[in-house]
Design a protein. Structure first.
Length: 455
């Protein structure tokens, strides 16, 4: 009996995570594993301390450098070292710099979880799941869960089956006031102009050797719309879903960092100081009719975009009717928060070092910044044109909000405008192009689906 008990405990020990950490099978580390683990912990502490005291202590930069070196030396695989460092940087930007923490924090923590070997293999993605996805190709909506799904696979299941993106769109619709767009229809043009980055990135991606379908899926990153990027990637290039989703959500989170330099470069101080006339009031009837009209119009003209725009407008209709407040509040709060946790964390968990740190992924990340930058430029340049045509009545800064990162891009327009004139309030004017950008990106995705898949 005692022999059986001892054997049971030995088996438990040998299958534990501690045993795997202390006695790895194929370690490539430079140091004995016990010392490497200690050095790893000290390195992470040094990096976090340095980031938190970057402006307070002259030694903070040195702490970060030493910490990064310690992590790289201690990790058995340099790729995991880089991914852990990236995860820590994203956590810092989300927590301390407040760059869209609701997205960046779960993405970063998911990346941290999945890149701590060997524990990272406990999250995502099981080989069975990957093989099913690769075999099905574009028919990812037929996926069934693996026999023994990991927690990350279960969460990721909602991504590749297009469940989470549509629910996110419904929540966004329930939170969105289309009043500024209805009151100032020219905003549709600014939202359309900000999609130019999608097509520029598509063209460049083809030149880099991507197929046209892959290039279209990559180009949609320029719309700065994570759910749409995921939705299109699943249909056109499911094997690129991870890098595309990460790029889209990361750039959405970094809107306050990326857009201002472009906006200031393309505009003069005089243009940034323009104060726009107050928008006209929009009636309740207009707000109710708008989502119904847009849904019918999309269904008749571009059915392939109807799932995205339909869910967006359904959420907005719940908001505007005045008789479905409970449903609207659920969609705009509890539901979208839960789905955001699942979606963002599973996107982060897909950032495994061996699949993420490839030349192809780096190209996608680079193309994403090209697309996003070009989209910002397209919106601002049309804004400058409208400034000229209107005799100086349109502030070009609202054009940058034509990317569909709602409401971050509109806030950036407001902030940059107030840097030139502290008493200038552009937020409501910028919200028009911002929500138009959501529709524009969905239309671009629907156009690609109709062209490449014929539906």
């Amino acid at each position: 009996m005692w022999e059986a008990i001892v054997k049971t405990f030995v088996n438990l020990w040998e299958t534990s995570g501690v045993y795997a950490l202390l006695f790895p099978k194929d370690t490539k580390g430079l140091l004995p594993f016990g010392l490497a683990i200690l050095l790893e912990i000290l390195g992470i502490i040094a990096v976090l301390y340095g980031l938190n005291n970057l402006r307070k202590s002259k030694w903070a930069t040195l702490n970060i450098i030493v910490g990064v070196i310690a992590i790289v030396v201690a990790m058995p695989d340099w790729k995991h070292s880089i991914m852990i460092f990236i995860a820590l940087i994203l956590l810092y930007l989300g927590i301390f710099k407040k760059f869209e923490p609701l997205l960046l924090v779960p993405i970063a923590f998911g990346a941290l979880l999945t890149n701590l070997p060997p524990a990272g293999d406990m999250y995502i993605i099981s080989p069975e799941f990957v093989s099913i996805l690769e075999k099905l190709g574009g028919q990812a909506h037929h996926i069934v869960a693996p026999t023994k799904p990991l927690i990350g696979d279960v969460m990721y299941f909602g991504v590749v089956n297009e469940i989470f993106p549509l629910l996110i769109f419904m929540g966004v619709g329930a939170m969105t006031d289309f009043g500024p767009l209805i009151a100032y229809p020219i905003s549709f043009l600014l939202g359309a102009a900000a999609q130019i980055g999608v097509y520029i990135a598509l063209f460049v991606a083809v030149l880099l050797g991507f197929s046209v379908k892959e290039a279209a899926a990559i180009g949609i990153i320029g719309g700065a719309d994570g759910p749409t990027s995921i939705y299109l990637a699943v249909k056109l290039a499911p094997h690129l879903l991870g890098p595309i989703a990460v790029a889209a959500y990361t750039y959405m989170s970094l809107v306050p960092l990326i857009q201002p330099p472009i906006m200031k470069w393309l505009t003069t101080e005089e243009e940034r100081k323009v104060r726009m006339e107050q928008l006209r009031p929009v009636s309740k009837v207009e707000k109710i009719v708008f989502p119904i009209f847009m849904t019918i119009l999309t269904g008749l003209l571009l059915p392939s975009a109807l799932p995205l725009i339909g869910f967006l407008m359904f959420g907005n209709l719940l908001r505007e009717t005045g008789v479905t407040d409970r449903l609207a509040n659920t969609a705009a709060n509890e539901l979208i928060n839960i789905v955001t946790i699942f979606l963002a964390t599973s996107v982060g968990m897909s950032m495994k070092a061996d699949r993420f740190l490839t030349v192809q992924t780096m190209e996608i990340i680079a193309l994403g910044i090209v697309a996003f930058g070009a989209s910002t430029m397209g919106g601002v340049l049309l804004g400058k044109l409208l400034y000229k045509i209107s005799g100086g009545k349109v502030n070009p800064l609202i054009g940058s909000a034509g990317v569909s990162a709602v409401p971050m891009a509109a806030r950036v327009s407001q902030v940059v405008g107030q840097e030139a004139d502290p008493h200038n309030f552009l937020l409501m004017h910028a919200m028009g192009p911002n929500v138009a950008g959501v529709i524009g990106t969905a239309v671009a995705a629907g156009t690609f689906i109709a062209y490449f898949l014929g539906r």
